[in-house]
Design a protein around this ligand. Sequence first.
Ligand code: FAD
Length: 806
Amino acid sequence: MHDSRWRCLCSRESQMHELDVPVLIVGAGPVGLTMAALLADQGIASLLIEQRDGLHQAPQAHVISARTREILASLGIADDVLARVTTPPADARYVTWRRNLAEEDIARIEIGGEARFVQLDAVSAKRSANVPQHHLERLLFEALSGRTRCETRFGQTWLDAEEEGDGAVSRVEDSASGEVYRVRSQWLLAADGASSSVRRGAGIAMAGDTNLAHMITMNFEADLRPLVKDSPSILFWTLSAKAPGTFIVHDAARYAVFMTPYFPPHEQPGDFPVARCERMLRAALGSADVPFRISSLSHWTMQAHVADRYRQGRTLLVGDAAHRFPPTGGLGLNTGIADAHNLAWKLALVMQGRAGEGLIDTYGAERRPVALANCEASVKNFHKMREVTAAMGIDDRRLPMLGRIRSSALARALPDHVRAAIGGVFVAPVEWRTRRIAKAASTRCAAIRQRVQRAAEDQMAHFSTVGLDLGHAYRGAAVCDDGTTAPVAPDPVREVCQSLTPGARWPHFHLAPDTGVAYRTSSHALLRPGHFLLAGTGRHGAVCEPLAASLGTAVVGVNLDLAASHKALAQVVAWNDGHADAMVLVRPDGHVAWRSTAKVPDLNEVSAVLRALLQVTPFQPTPRSQGNAMTNPMDMFPLPSPDPQARSPRKLAHVVLATRQFEASIRWWSVVLGARTMFRNEMLCFLSYDEEHHRVALINAPTHSPGKAETAGVDHVAFTYGTLDDLLHTYARLKSHGMQPVWSINHGPTTSLYYLDPEGVKVELQVDNFESASELDAWFRAGDFATNPIGVEFDPEELLASHRAG
Ligand SMILES: Cc1cc2nc3c(=O)[nH]c(=O)nc-3n(C[C@H](O)[C@H](O)[C@H](O)COP(=O)(O)OP(=O)(O)OC[C@H]3O[C@@H](n4cnc5c(N)ncnc54)[C@H](O)[C@@H]3O)c2cc1C
C-alpha cells in the first residue's frame, strides 16, 4: 500500500494501519468512478477502492442514455472524446433477428434512425449512444486522474465495516501484500455491484424476481463486417436451438460479445469450456470463413432486485449495489449514474455543514421508486422478447430440456462428439423448421416471417426509453410541491413531456445566441456543478441575479428573458401555465426544486425555500445593528452575477489586490473570471470561480496612491485555461463585454492574452503550449527561449478565425 495524503494513523492496540478519509467508495465500476468525480467537483475528497488490479478490459453495458451523457458532460467529458469510443451510429442502426449471423434477416427494427433522434433532440442536447462499458470506465478514470480530491487504489478488497461514532470503520485487504488495514470514513458508499458485500454487511435485503436466466458471455475478437454489413446492428438475436443467444456488436471490425443461456441444475458454467464455446460461437456465426479468438469467458445470472432501502446508518448504496436489472432495456448503468448524480450534491452539502442530514434520506426516497420502475420495465422487456421466438415457432421453455439431455449422467459418460450428436438429434427438427421459415418462398412461411417482424416491432419499448430516462419527477422533502403534477406522456416509457413542475428535470431548450453563446446552446449549460440555479421571467427575471448572489449558498441567477431564445421563452411561459412572471429554483442535479408564479417576486420566500430544502434550522434574522435597516450586509450592494458562458481557468491560489475603484474592480474581475462573490462588505470582497474560497480578494483602499508602471511589486497575475479553445472562447466572450487584451503574445511556453483591470493590474490569461513539463524542459534546453525570452506577438482575431476554421 502506498503512502498518501490521507491522515494515516497506527492503531496502538492492533498495530493495524488506519486511514482517515471523508468518504470511502467501494467499487471502481462506472458508478463508483462517477461518484468520486462528482464528489470531487463539489469539494468532497474520497478514497475509491477496487478489488480488481485495474479497469475492466471487456465491455458489459453499451447503451448510455441522454441523461447519462448530460451528466458526463457536466464532468467535463467532451462530446468529441466520447465520440472516439462510441460505436458509430451508422453501425448501430438496427436490431436484427437471424438464424445465425451469416444468414439473411428474419426480422429487423430500426432503433437509430434520424426520426428517433429528432424526437430526442427536442428534449436533450445529448443523444443516447452505444459506448462499450470498459471504454466509458477508462474515460471516467482519466477524468478522475485530473482531479486532486480523489485517490483510486486497485487491488484493495473491502472486507467488513463497523459503525463508530459519526462514521464507519472498514477493514480493507491489500491483495499484493496481504496486509489488512482500517479505513475510517464519515460515509461509506457501496458501489460494489450486484453482489455487493457492503450491502450485505449493512444488512440490507433485496427483493424481486430471482434467477430469471443464466448466461455465458463470450468476449471475442473478429472482423464481423462481411457478415453484418448489410444490416448494421448493435444487437443480433439468433433464432436457433443450436446456438440461441444475442450478439452485441460493439465494434464490427474488431470485437463483439455473444451471450448464450445455460440451464442449472443440469448445466453449470464449468460445462462451457473454451472448446465448447468455440463450437457454439462458430454455429452462431454460421460461417466457417470468419476467424475469431475468444478473449474471455464469464457467466452471470439475470436478477430483478431492488434494495429494501438505500441507507443504513453511514452506509449508502449506489448503482448495481442498490438494484440489479435484466439488461433488457439498457437501464442498469444509466440508473446507477443518475443515483450518483442525485446523491453527490446532497452528501456534499451535508458534509460541508450547509444542509441538515435529513437531506441524505431524500436520496433513497427519490431514487428507489425510479429503480423499481426501471426494474419492472426491464423484466417486462425480458419476457416480451419471447414473443419473437414464439412467433418463429421456437418454444424456448424447451431449451432447458436440451440442457438436461446434454448433461444427463448417460450423456456425460459418452465421448464429446457422440454427446454433441445426441444433442443434434433434438436440435435438428427445430433447425430444419427455422431454416424453412427463413428461406422458403411459400405463403405460409412468408406469413410466419411477417408475424416475427410484427413481434419484433412490438419490442420498441426495449430500445427506446427516453421517458424512463428523462421523465422522472421527484417528490418529497427535497422538492417544494406547488400542488401541480408533472404531465405524463401517453407512452411514459418512450416519450417524455418536459415541464417546470417541481420535481421534474430542468427542461432542455435553447439559449439566445445573441447573449454570447453558440447557436443552439442548451439550457443545461446554465447548470453548474454544485450550484443551484435561480431562473426567472418577467418581473422575476431581473431580480434573479442579485438575489442569487445574496443567498449565501452557491446559486447562479439567470434572467431567462435575456438568456433564453425567443422561441424557448414562449415555451417557458407555456410551461408555467401562461404566467409571464415566474421563477424556478433548480437543484444542482438539474431537477426543479421550487417554482413561483406570484405576480411579484418574494425575495424572503426564496431564502426560506432554500433553507427548507436544505433542512437547515429556520432562518433567524440577526438583530439589526443601529442605523442599519438591512439584516444581511450583502443586501446593501449590487452584486454582479457570473457570466454563465464563462469557461473558467484551472489554476491559481489567490491574489489580493488593493483598489481605489472597489465597485468597478469587483465587476471587472467577476466578468473576466466568471467568478462569484463569496463575501463582501465595505472593506473587502472575496471572489472565486472554483472550490477555492477566494481566488481574488479586493481591498477597498480609496486613499491609496495609484500604482505606477515602474513601481516594484506585483507585475501581473496569470490564470491558466485548460485548452486553447477555452482561451479563445474567453477572448470572444470578453470582447462582447467590450474588453480587449492590451498585449497578445506567444511566449513559447504559453499563448497569452494580457488585460488590464480597472486599477491597471496586468492580468494574463494563458494556455500551456506544451503537453507536459518534460516537453517544455526539452524546448527550453533546445535554446529557443534563450534567444527570444519574450515571445512573438500575434493577432487574437486571426488566431480565433484560424482556430474556428479548424
Ligand atoms: C450483458 C449486459 C449488458 C448490459 N447492458 C447495459 C446497457 O446497455 N446499459 C446499461 O445502463 N446497463 C447495462 N448493463 C448493466 C451494467 O453493466 C451495470 O448496471 C453496471 O455495470 C453497474 O455499474 P456499478 O458501478 O454499479 O457496478 P459494477 O460495474 O458491477 O462495478 C462494481 C465494482 O466493484 C468491485 N467490487 C466488488 N466487490 C468489491 C469489494 N469487496 N472490494 C472492492 N471492490 C469490489 C467490482 O470488482 C467492480 O469493479 C448490462 C449488463 C450486462 C450483464
